[in-house]
Design a protein around this ligand. Structure first.
Ligand code: UDX
Length: 453
């Protein structure tokens, strides 16, 4: 049993602290947001994450997990302090480190015994050294400490499973003994530990996310080519993924990546390259393709509706950036809804869990109670989030209630043949147009085999 303090009760902090308490440690989570802490103390979760509420309840009851706004209380018995505060994108694309700075300053001012300070927030390479510098400058009197970078690789929606079953954990520090101590906290999980220097650890996080984003943009670009040539990207991805060197994951073409990490991290990495005199060609292409992928949804619908969206009623299924989360940060739906509305469409939308966030943050949309209300009277239906709930809709009912049976499946969730049998004009992402002739705007000539075939 170790005493751990977690600074920040957002997504990463809350999951990390709760999981460490479940592993038998004593965890105090500190957040400056009083209302968040008050809610947590009443058992109300600030985020939607499957399994989290039960896990918090169990560990609070067992006396291993508590929440406070007081750093003093959090640091009192702590041997380890995890910094898990937000690092939003500043306007110029750089990560905004004001919360990390203030956490480091407060820890420095309040610590009264040696600490291992662990940075979990995704921060630009070099931030660990900067945190160490802040702590040593701000301490009223010198007390031993070490800074370790231990990036998180948790996916929203499966964060607890990811924490408990990691592929690897990464620990970077100038103080190898401290890195090994932090690795010890994770040893019960049995995953490989990469112990390295602090800058390399910070880079592993960015490179991992940028690589995954690259895979998504890669398959999205392939999807566009597939559409033009009449191939099916889902089968292409399956055929590619069986090659062990490629692997099957992160090859789902769709409306582009979103969420709180990929867009921000790719941008920040590109920015780090730029500020160090390098032009990040591949990362720029990854971002451009992602923008294009979102934007082309409205274009696709407009073309299918004969060239104008003016006064058309468009239904949107799914607002969250992916299934199993209420998170709409950088969600493709935000761009799609905005583009549709800007072109004169009346947009209505529904999401199984992201409605509260949508109500707060999205303009130009009518939020309705369920998927069937979205379809009612619509000239086109666009699926943007791959929720299970949408897999099992009564598609006959959906089709019959629509004004025009046009279905644009931004996640390739449905079987095209089944949808065509229901009577839909179906368009997925990168799926050939079997039996429906050539796509709009492309001549027979363009569909002919290209030279070299
Ligand atoms: C990601 C990383 O996976 C995680 O390791 C990191 O710590 C935080 O960022 P998360 O943002 O929760 O996690 O989402 P993830 O499941 O990775 O999906 C990211 C985005 O890519 C989503 O918008 C998703 O819909 C999209 N995606 C993912 C695709 O479009 N195609 C795919 O094949 C996979």
């Amino acid at each position: 049993m170790k005493n751990i303090c977690v600074i920040g009760s957002g997504y990463v902090g809350l999951v990390t602290g709760t999981c460490f308490s479940d592993l038998g440690n004593k965890v105090v989570t500190v957040d400056i947001d009083e209302s968040k802490i008050a809610k947590l103390n009443q058992g109300v979760m600030p985020i939607y994450e499957p399994g989290l509420e039960e896990l918090v309840e169990r560990n609070v009851k067992a006396g291993r997990l508590s929440f406070t706004t007081s750093y003093e209380e959090g640091l009192k018995d702590a041997e380890f302090v995890f910094i898990c505060v937000g690092t939003p994108s500043a306007v110029d694309g750089e990560a905004d480190l004001k919360y990390v700075r203030s956490a480091a300053e407060t820890i420095a001012q309040q610590m009264d015994h040696p600490l291992v300070i662990i940075n979990k927030s995704t921060v630009p390479v070099g931030t660990g050294d900067w945190v160490a510098d802040i702590v040593s400058r701000m301490q009223p009197e010198p007390i031993d400490f070490a800074v370790v970078s231990c990036p998180e690789f948790l996916r929203e929606g499966s964060a607890i499973t990811d924490f408990m079953n990691p592929d690897r954990n990464v620990f970077g520090s100038t103080d190898q003994e401290a890195a090994e101590k932090v690795a010890g906290l994770y040893s019960a999980l049995g995953a490989p530990a990469v112990i390295t220097d602090i800058r390399t650890a910070e880079m592993i996080k960015y490179a991992s996310n940028a690589f995954l984003a690259t895979r998504i943009s890669f398959i999205n670009e392939i999807s566009i080519i597939c559409e033009r040539l009449g191939a099916d990207v889902t089968e292409v991805a399956r055929g590619m993924g069986l090659d062990k060197r490629i692997g099957p994951h992160f090859l789902q073409a769709g409306v582009g990546y979103g969420g709180s990490c990929f867009p921000k991290d790719v941008k920040a990495l590109a920015n780090m390259a730029l500020t160090h005199g390098m032009h990040p060609q591949l990362l720029n292409a990854v971002m451009d393709i992602n923008d294009f992928q979102r934007k082309q949804i409205a274009t696709k619908v407009r073309e299918l509706l004969g060239g104008s969206l003016d006064n058309k009623t468009i239904g949107v299924l799914g607002i969250a950036f992916k299934a199993n989360t209420d998170d709409i940060r950088e969600a493709p739906a935000l761009t799609v809804i905005r583009n549709l509305a800007n072109q004169g469409a009346n947009v209505k939308a529904y999401d199984p869990v992201a409605m509260e966030n949508a109500e707060r943050e999205i303009r130009n949309v009518t939020l309705v109670d369920d998927a069937y209300a979205v379809a009612e009277g619509a000239d086109a239906l666009i699926l943007l989030t791959d929720w299970n709930e949408f897999k099992n809709l009564d598609m006959k009912r959906v089709k019959e209630s629509m004004n025009e049976p046009l279905l644009v499946d931004g996640r390739n969730l449905y079987n095209p043949d089944d949808m065509r049998k229901f009577g839909f004009v179906y368009r997925g992402v990168g799926r050939g147009y079997n039996g429906e002739g050539v796509p709009n705007g492309h001549s027979d000539e363009a569909m002919a085999p290209v030279a070299g075939d």
